[in-house]
Unconditional design. Structure first.
Length: 459
């Protein structure tokens, strides 16, 4: 062992990750060149701190172990995994706590809506990792991460070609069973819609096996079917609404449908739909339907309130022995009439503007050769010609809109009131532009608008 080996001792930890240097009494005269030579002699080639060595060459303690080199630990890979983007909320719905500290039981995350094409599960790629190195320059091998498991495919879902992302094939309710996510187009509420569920907003169909309690709402894109009653609640559907146990009317309910409404009975409610309404009886309610109101069953009666009906009304009895005011308008919905009137007014205004422009253009033509007109009159004529072209186009579009959207709305051949028993006194009936106030009871008849007058046709 030479002098440097005795004066400078090099050692490492058991893994060769750290290297240490210790100076003894006989090393006082040794400088940086001697230290580097001793390090090289010991085979330390990686992670040496030049700054440390330079500092130790000028100032050091005897018999003190200094760490002068460190290796690089390997970075082991991270396994790939599945990242679930839905169904990660707590299963039991919880009310939201408002700023005032009260619990809001109306807006509860009872289920999770998803849209068609929405990502449900995606893979997170494995991290390969990196090798390390000890102070002797030897490679410390890393452990690579395992690939992500395959995404399980649930009902109404779609896996992309690389198998890295699962999306919803339909809009609806996402549900996870184990590790499988499926999407269902029908939301089943086993009990009531109330504090346990909160308000329901769903992209598909909703089937409520219980009732809808006062103050709560159901809003769906698809059919809403309710086995129980609807209390003072709000039901909205872009399709049909079916209420098997009726609307008792203790508190006013509001029902709106893009299609038809069918209920066992209706009392003290507001109904609005683009299609037909079918029920046994309607009492003291506000009715608006673009199609027909058909009262059928044991009672088949309409008593009190107002009914605006696009096509026809069929009933057994209208009004009551108490002469309760009952107002019926058949032939078109008020909203349709207002829109039709607005478009017709706009059409007439445009036609008048077009006639004025044509009159000015004719004057230019009658004045002589258009080519010889002064520059400013030529510019005016060009503007008028462009305006005429735009107005002609707009008038054509308005005519198409009116014909397409309102062509059948004012077809009086479909507008009628049909009663198989009796229309009581106190009933007001409008069919198109004709009105009749029933002062004497009308039995088993059909009422139609013929030439601007309501004609009673006995069966």
């Amino acid at each position: 062992m030479n002098k440097n080996e005795r004066s400078i001792v090099i050692s490492t930890d058991k893994d060769g990750y750290e290297a240490y240097i210790t100076f003894h009494e006989s090393s006082e005269s040794l400088g940086a060149e001697d230290i580097y030579a001793r390090i090289e002699q010991a085979g330390i080639i990686y992670g040496v701190s030049k700054q440390m060595i330079d500092d130790l060459s000028s100032s050091r303690k005897q018999d003190f172990k200094y760490t002068f080199a460190r290796g690089k630990l390997p970075t082991h890979g991270k396994d790939g995994e599945l990242r679930y983007l839905v169904c990660q909320r707590q299963k039991k719905p919880q009310p939201k706590i408002m700023d005032n500290g009260n619990a809001d039981y109306y807006d509860i995350d009872f289920f999770e809506n998803v849209c068609e094409g929405q990502a449900l599960i995606e893979t997170v790629s494995a991290d390969e990792g990196k090798d390390g190195c000890d102070v002797f320059g030897r490679i410390i091998y890393h452990k690579p991460g395992k690939p992500a498991p395959k995404i399980p495919v649930g009902k109404n879902t779609r896996l992309n070609e690389p198998g890295t992302c699962l999306t919803a094939a339909i809009s609806g309710r996402a549900e996870m069973n184990g590790k499988i996510v499926s999407v269902f187009s029908v939301l089943e509420i086993k009990g009531d819609v109330g504090p346990e569920t909160g308000n329901i907003n769903f992209a598909g169909e909703v089937h409520v096996h219980g009732k809808v309690m006062t103050g709560f709402s159901v809003n769906a894109d698809g059919i809403v079917e309710i086995d129980g009653v609807v209390e003072g609640a709000s039901i909205t559907s872009k399709s049909d609404v079916i209420i098997k146990s009726g609307i008792p009317g203790l508190v006013k309910a509001t029902i709106s449908a893009g299609g038809n409404i069918c209920a066992k009975f209706v009392e003290g409610a507001s109904l609005n739909c683009k299609g037909d309404i079918i029920t046994d009886s309607v009492m003291h309610s506000e009715i608006k339907c673009g199609g027909s109101l058909t009262l059928q069953g044991k009672n088949a009666m309409l008593v009190g309130g107002r009914a605006n009906i696009g096509q026809s009304l069929t009933a057994k009895t209208i009004g009551s022995l108490m002469a309760i005011v009952t107002e019926i308008a058949v032939g078109s919905m008020p909203e349709i009439s207002q829109t039709h009137k607005r478009l017709k007014t706009e059409l007439e205004t445009d036609k008048e503007s077009l006639e004025k422009i044509n009159s000015v253009i004719r004057n230019f033509s009658n004045s002589g050769n258009v080519i010889t007109l002064p520059k400013e009159k030529k510019e005016l004529l060009n503007k008028l010609l462009k305006s005429r072209e735009a107005l002609n186009k707009k008038i054509g579009e308005l005519n198409k809109t009116i014909a397409a959207e309102f062509g059948s709305s004012f077809d009086k051949s479909q507008s009628m009131v049909s009663v198989t028993d009796c229309i009581r006194t106190g009933v007001k009936i409008s069919i198109g532009n004709a009105v009749i106030h029933v002062k004497d009871e009308i039995y088993n008849s059909i009422l139609k608008n013929i030439d601007g007058m309501i004609i009673i046709i006995p069966r």
